[in-house]
Design a protein around this ligand. Structure first.
Ligand code: BGC
Length: 509
């Protein structure tokens, strides 16, 4: 069982944002339209075998043509905010220089539509769709990419700075470096193992330069970045397992968070041989660690780590869902491996469902980084196979996705309790939670087989059908607003209209 929407609503603090998230390449389709240039992902996805069942991103959710319908779904849902990403190849088809006006126009319309519906826009600048010409120059292996990202960020700041409330520079650099450059599971499909390391630094530098570009234009919106975080849990109390979990923690969490939040790579990384194979002057570290208005955290699951060779750093169940035979460079070659969690419920992706580790993630972040800015959970969600129930008498469809609904309710509840006064992560100033995802979409190398949506997408007809989890979130938001109104009424009775107005205004994120 999970907490009722009403009880959950009662523990949502004033000003906390409830939102939904997507990314351009996963939903837009229209890859050859209105001057969009090719992306590295277009080419990678066309490689036979790269995507499960060779699913194509060409149409995805057809959001490019159905944007107003999708915004209407969000309006009906009642969310405070929508996190989307700009498609770099739509804005700058060659990745540098010339800007494609038709690309800007699409996001102009999206932003206006959101604001007209009182949905606050949170925009990700880079969610993995690198313009192909930049990938051909080495992509993130090339230091110049960081400057290209900054140039692109400056264009976005000029065009949309007046309307974007929150900016995320880069989404999950860890996934790009590991899946894209170390293990070959994502575009650009490189299997460089430790040779992928420069891509970490160049993305982080790109983040820092993008922050500078946004600030140079003076955008009023808040600026942050998003890292994925998975608590690393040793398989046993065996010291070797604990060391292995520590190494995974370094490689997947601290490698990306430490430079941004402390201005330093972890000591063990700095001591490693590969650290001297690329340029990383001190000035870079200052750029990377500029103060942020918020820190974005994507939390999906913890990782159980054991010493010794095994499936490698990508869990077997997940690699299988991505169509990989696990032969990729580096995976399997690691001195430790990811273990399964036999007692845990698992998602269709093979991910363990462990809401209690949401609290661990927040606690570890709070303990490790004394200067942690306010945190926003920029993604969280689960893929489960959905069943469509048809009611012939009314000709309606119903999707009872109880497991996704429970996943979301449990994770949000855990995060709220952990960061409340007296909670295990009370030092963390948590400001919001964005559900991944608004609708079922192109789940990278897992194609359309991993549905994360609150809204079901029929990939034949492109029909959108809200699932039970959508109605749950809708009810939660309604309950929250009712509770806020009730509080305002009490304040009005005691302290007058002005104070009540303030209470009502801060209740919405
Ligand atoms: C990414 C999303 C992805 C989701 C589920 C995150 O790593 O930011 O693009 O769809 O997780 O795998």
């Amino acid at each position: 069982m999970h907490i009722t929407a009403k009880d959950l609503a009662a523990i949502i603090p004033p000003g906390f944002t409830l939102g939904v998230a997507t990314a351009a390449f996963q939903i837009e389709g229209a890859l050859d339209e209105d001057g969009r240039g090719p992306a590295g992902w277009d080419v990678f996805a066309a490689r036979p075998g790269a995507i499960v069942e060779n699913h194509s991103p060409a149409i995805a959710c057809d959001h490019y043509h159905r944007m107003p319908e999708d915004v209407a779904l969000m309006k009906q849902l009642g969310v405070d905010s929508y996190r989307f990403s700009f498609a770099w190849p739509r804005i700058q088809p060659k990745g540098r220089g010339a800007v494609n006006q038709a690309g800007l126009d699409f996001y102009d319309r999206l932003l206006d539509e959101l604001l007209a519906n009182e949905i606050s826009p949170m925009a990700t600048i880079y969610h993995w769709d690198t313009p192909l010409p930049l990938d051909e120059e080495g992509g993130w292996l090339n230091r110049d990419m960081a400057h290209r990202l900054a140039e692109y960020a400056g264009i976005l700041a000029e065009a949309f700075g007046d309307r974007v409330a929150r900016w995320v520079t880069i989404n999950e650099p860890a996934t790009v470096s590991a899946n894209g450059y170390a293990f070959g599971l994502h575009s650009p499909g490189k299997e460089l193992a430790l040779g992928a390391f420069p891509t970490v630094h160049h993305q982080l530098l790109g983040h820092g330069l993008a922050v500078q570009a946004l600030r140079a234009v003076g955008v009023p919106g808040e600026i942050g970045m998003t890292n994925v975080y998975s608590p690393m849990v040793p398989n046993s109390i065996n010291p070797l397992d604990r060391v292995s979990a520590g190494l995974m923690d370094l490689a997947q969490n601290r490698l990306y968070a430490d430079p941004v939040l402390t201005g330093k790579y972890p000591d063990l990384i700095r001591a490693a041989k590969f650290f001297s194979t690329f340029e990383h002057p001190d000035e870079d570290m200052e750029t990377i660690s500029q103060p942020l208005d918020f820190y974005g955290l994507n939390y999906y699951m913890p990782t159980k780590v054991a010493a010794g060779p095994g499936g490698g750093a990508v869990p077997a169940s997940m690699a299988e869902a991505m169509g990989s035979d696990l032969s990729a460079a580096g995976n399997g070659g690691t001195p430790f491996h990811v273990e399964t969690w036999p007692e845990a419920d698992i998602t269709a992706y093979g991910w363990p469902v462990k809401p209690e580790y949401m609290a661990v993630a927040l606690k570890e972040m709070g303990e490790r980084y004394p200067n942690l800015p306010p945190v926003i959970l920029t993604e969280g969600g689960a893929s489960f196979e959905d069943i469509i129930v048809r009611d012939k008498s009314t000709n309606t469809r119903f999707i009872p996705d109880e497991r996704r609904l429970k996943y979301l309710s449990d994770h949000l509840e855990t995060a709220l309790r952990a960061t409340a006064p007296g909670g295990m992560a009370e030092s963390v100033d948590l400001r919001g939670y964005y559900v991944w995802s608004l609708m079922d979409n192109f789940e990278w190398s897992a194609g359309y087989n991993q549905p994360f949506g609150l809204v079901h997408l029929d990939h034949e007809t492109l029909e959108r059908t809200p699932k039970a989890s959508y109605f749950w979130l809708q009810e939660l938001i309604e309950e929250r607003d009712l509770a806020a109104e009730a509080t305002a009424a009490v304040v009005r009775a005691v302290a007058g209209d002005e104070a009540a107005g303030e209470v009502a205004a801060t209740a919405q994120g």
